[in-house]
Write a protein that binds this ligand. Structure first.
Ligand SMILES: O=P(O)(O)OC[C@H]1O[C@H](OP(=O)(O)OP(=O)(O)O)[C@H](O)[C@@H]1O
Ligand SMILES: O=c1cc[nH]c(=O)[nH]1
Ligand SMILES: [Mg+2]
Length: 211
């Protein structure tokens, strides 16, 4: 597994406002959207492309087009949905699959309540979206499922990661074709499994509802 922390002043600026407890849901949603496009720029550096011929008003030249099969973008509901528009703006030809997952707040174990994507992902490049990598349970389960379906290249785009979650991913997905792109790796997890300093519950802050 590869970890890429995007070190850029615009990313740091937007992330700081996201962290601020005074930031309301509409602003949180807008900033998440903007931050995802910046992270997506890095995350798609190795997206597969083909060379095509383009006729400009002046001459014929070589151009670039996203390859087929198209990339698959998979937001992890609920909070990952807040990242979908920002990602598909950069990857307009991508297909979208959905994964509904929730972490038990007592045991911190992740469970899956909805899956809607192709059974066969052979050879596909996948971008998984989830704002928070905390214990790593959710992303490890999600990515294992994608690899089991044949995905050959999985990139997780997350806003924030905890070092504990990164270590779990590195252990559980060692040697697998997996990359994590994040805006920051924070200090630690607290006793409730929340990232410190973090930004709180991403789903609640995006949608204004607890749960
Ligand atoms: O790394 P982990 O310890 O597994 O925790 C991270 C998960 O927790 C949050 O989702 P949550 O379960 O709160 O669901 P929600 O998106 O519906 O709020 C977050 O969006 C991740 O999916
Ligand atoms: O800090 C955290 C940890 C898990 N899920 C969140 O939304 N926030
Ligand atoms: Mg939540």
């Amino acid at each position: 597994m590869r970890l890429h922390v995007v070190d850029h002043p615009l990313v740091a600026h937007k992330l700081s406002t996201l962290r601020d407890e005074r930031t309301d849901s509409p602003t949180f949603r807008r900033l998440t959207d903007e931050l995802v496009t910046l992270l997506a720029y890095e995350a798609t550096r190795d997206v597969r492309t083909d060379t095509v011929e383009v006729t400009t008003p002046v001459a014929v030249t070589q151009g670039t087009r996203l390859s087929y099969p198209r990339p698959l973008v998979v937001p992890i509901l609920r909070a990952g949905l807040g990242m979908l528009d920002g990602m598909t703006r950069l990857l307009p030809t991508a297909e979208v699959g959905f994964l509904g997952m929730v972490r038990n707040e007592e045991t911190l174990e992740a469970s899956t309540y909805a899956t809607r994507m192709p059974d066969d992902l052979s050879g596909r490049q996948i971008y998984v979206l989830d704002p928070m990598l905390a214990t790593g349970g959710t992303l490890v389960a999600a990515i294992r499922m994608l690899l089991d379906r044949g995905a050959t290249d999985v990139t997780a785009v997350v806003l924030l990661a905890a070092p504990e979650g990164v270590a779990v991913m590195e252990r559980e997905l060692a040697g697998r074709p997996v990359t994590v792109v994040t805006a920051a790796v924070d200090q630690r997890l607290n006793e409730h499994g929340y990232i410190v300093p973090g930004l709180g519950d991403a789903g609640d802050r995006l949608y204004g509802t607890a749960g």
